[in-house]
Design a protein around this ligand. Structure first.
Ligand SMILES: [Zn+2]
Length: 120
């Protein structure tokens, strides 16, 4: 049901002029516009979902990238520590507790604990 834009009279569907004031009724156009608006809104809703997914993917990629970049820095001390420990293992030399604790803190908690438990 629609109403006259001029006087507010309730209008029957199909009539072209308001029976009260004679204003031309432009009902079909308005209904079409409303349909278009609804469709546009639905389209935006879908875009929002895809946009949210895109945003999440972007964020995850950035976090992974940041972690990868930050992960390069510990290589500066991790590689020498690994080499030193390998030599100690090969030569059956004892590893001091400082090295073990440093391994636990800066390289790997699991490896550090194994080193401390392994009292050789
Ligand atoms: Zn009217």
């Amino acid at each position: 049901m629609s109403y006259c834009t001029n006087c507010g009279e309730e209008l029957l569907s199909g009539i072209k002029y308001c029976p009260n004031c004679g204003t031309k009724v432009e009902e079909p156009k308005k209904e079409y516009q409303e349909t278009v608006e609804v469709k546009t809104k639905l389209g935006n809703g879908e875009e929002d979902v895809l946009g949210t997914i895109a945003f999440v993917v972007m964020t995850l990629k950035t976090v992974v990238f940041a972690l990868a970049v930050v992960g390069i820095i510990p290589l500066i001390w991790r590689i020498p520590m690994i080499i030193k420990y390998k030599k100690a293992l090969d030569n059956k030399e004892p590893v001091d507790i400082t090295f073990k604790v440093c391994t636990l803190i800066f390289v790997s908690v699991a490896a550090g604990i194994l080193m401390i438990v392994d009292e050789k």
